[in-house]
Write a protein that binds this ligand. Structure first.
Ligand code: ADP
Length: 442
């Protein structure tokens, strides 16, 4: 398992794939592809038919040797693997899911599932035990004795996912996994993949040409004619929810996975190391937190400048000038009131950050609690403020994740929570995260 949070689990550098090289029917399927995939990301490779998605996927999985370029997985160039290492890599690290399931028609479902374990020569009993576990998990245990032809498409795909998980790989690669399924079965399979990402912390790489799937991922790699034309980080994930027979899209906010990973593991870093790593994310989080509706190019300029504010190279005043001044003077000429608000918020955050002392989590938590009560104009009793501060203190010490913090805030009082409404709980959680992000660079 690659647990180092700051290093990509997969690094692709300068990948080219030419089919039928030197022949009249030569075709370039991949051109100069470079891509970083981090552990626990859900990456979607998206583009029209023939743009090279599957070629890239099979190259990542080590099934297809590229014409040139590197694919480094957990520090090892997979194209330099010998036969034994390659086989191990496929068995232990990668789980594959395909559009056409690839179940063996003459084997029962249980035996189909157990195949990956047969190859790593595990005993019969162990195999079936694991087989039962995964079949149970995906609600298909009652089909264990049947043959693939007796199952629906959606059930077959669940079997295929169960099979991919038998050896507990950390990377799941899925090639148009719902391409042959109706919308209800698609929903089911997409939900399973999302759960494997969120709950089981698997890195998912999924190929699709269907734009309605994009919102399931947190990184979308757009491809066209063998090239990557855009990589999009998604900070808001939409979820499909079944209401009766209807699928409804609901929005769910998520933090950038890099930030989640860094926050989860920040204990292992010295504050200055973490601060360095966080500059770009921090700047981005700050801005998206404070701003809306500004063109992306301007956000990038502002973000870069803000990064320098956070690292201490540029003053808040210089940043304010950039936002405020006319374009011919090199400024962004934003609305004066918006600039005032941004600078006000920024100063507020930086002031609190100055007072934060990680050696004294309880005092720091109380400072943050009072700041948030004031900022969000919350009507809380002194007892509730103390409770809020206790919960924040646990987050500062990393004893709670951001999600657990939010849950503690909106859980009923009888259940040891604070009993706040969901919106307030969300807002508070975001403020705490922003302050924590800001803290680790100053
Ligand atoms: P996608 O998955 O986006 O539909 P592919 O990766 O399958 O795209 O194909 C990319 C390009 O490479 C296409 O032009 C396709 O015709 C070509 N190609 C794919 N596989 C082969 C092959 N085995 N031999 C020759 N050309 C191929």
């Amino acid at each position: 398992m690659d647990m180092e949070p700051t290093k990509p689990i997969i690094q692709v550098r300068g990948l080219n794939m030419v089919y039928n090289q030197g022949k009249p029917n030569e075709s370039k399927a991949l051109e100069d592809i470079s891509l970083d995939i981090y552990s626990r990301e859900y990456v979607i490779i998206f583009g029209p038919s023939g743009c090279g998605k599957s070629t890239l996927l099979y190259a990542l999985a080590g099934f297809q040797k590229p014409t040139s370029g590197e694919i480094v997985v957990s520090g090892q160039d997979i194209n330099l693997f010998g036969k034994k290492d390659r086989v191990e890599f496929h068995r232990r690290r990668i789980g594959m899911v395909f559009q056409s399931f690839f179940l063996i028609p003459t084997l029962r479902i249980m035996d189909n599932i157990c195949l990956p374990k047969v190859f790593i020569s595990e005993g019969n009993e162990e195999r079936e035990k694991r087989g039962k576990e995964v079949l149970q998990r995906f609600g298909i245990i009652e089909h264990a004795e049947k043959y693939p032809s007796e199952l629906s498409g959606g059930q077959k795909q669940r079997v295929a996912i169960a099979r991919a998980l038998m050896n507990n790989p950390d990377i799941i690669i899925a090639d148009e996994p719902v391409g042959n399924l109706d919308s209800k079965a698609s929903f089911n399979v997409m939900s399973i993949l999302r759960e494997l990402n969120e709950r089981d912390k698997k890195t998912i790489i999924l190929v699709t040409h269907d734009p309605s799937h994009l919102s399931f991922g947190n990184k979308v790699v757009h491809m066209s004619d063998g090239r990557i034309v855009k990589i999009e980080e998604v900070t808001e994930r939409k979820e499909m929810v079944l209401k009766g027979e209807e699928e409804v899209l609901v929005k769910k906010e998520i933090m950038a996975p890099e930030v989640q990973m860094l926050m989860r593991s920040f204990r292992n870093f010295s504050p200055s190391q973490l601060g360095m790593l966080l500059f770009p994310f921090k700047a981005q989080e700050f801005l998206s937190h404070i701003l809306f509706n500004v063109p992306e190019e301007q956000i990038i300029i502002a973000r870069n400048k803000l990064q320098e504010v956070i690292s201490g190279r540029v003053t808040v005043e210089q940043f304010e000038n950039l936002l405020d001044q006319e374009e011919k003077k090199g400024g962004l000429n934003w609305d004066r009131r918006i600039v005032k608000r941004i600078i006000g918020r920024l100063n507020g955050i930086l002031e609190i950050v100055k007072k934060m002392d990680t050696a004294q989590p309880e005092n720091t938590a109380m400072i943050i609690a009072r700041y948030i009560v004031d900022l969000l104009k919350l009507q809380l009793t002194e007892y509730q403020v103390i409770k809020l501060s206790n919960i924040i203190s646990l987050r500062i010490e990393n004893k709670l994740s951001i999600i657990e913090l939010r849950n503690a805030l909106d859980r009923p009082i009888l259940d040891k929570g604070m009993g706040l409404d969901k919106r307030t709980a969300n807002k508070i959680a975001r403020e705490v995260e922003i302050l924590m992000l800001a803290k680790f660079a100053t």
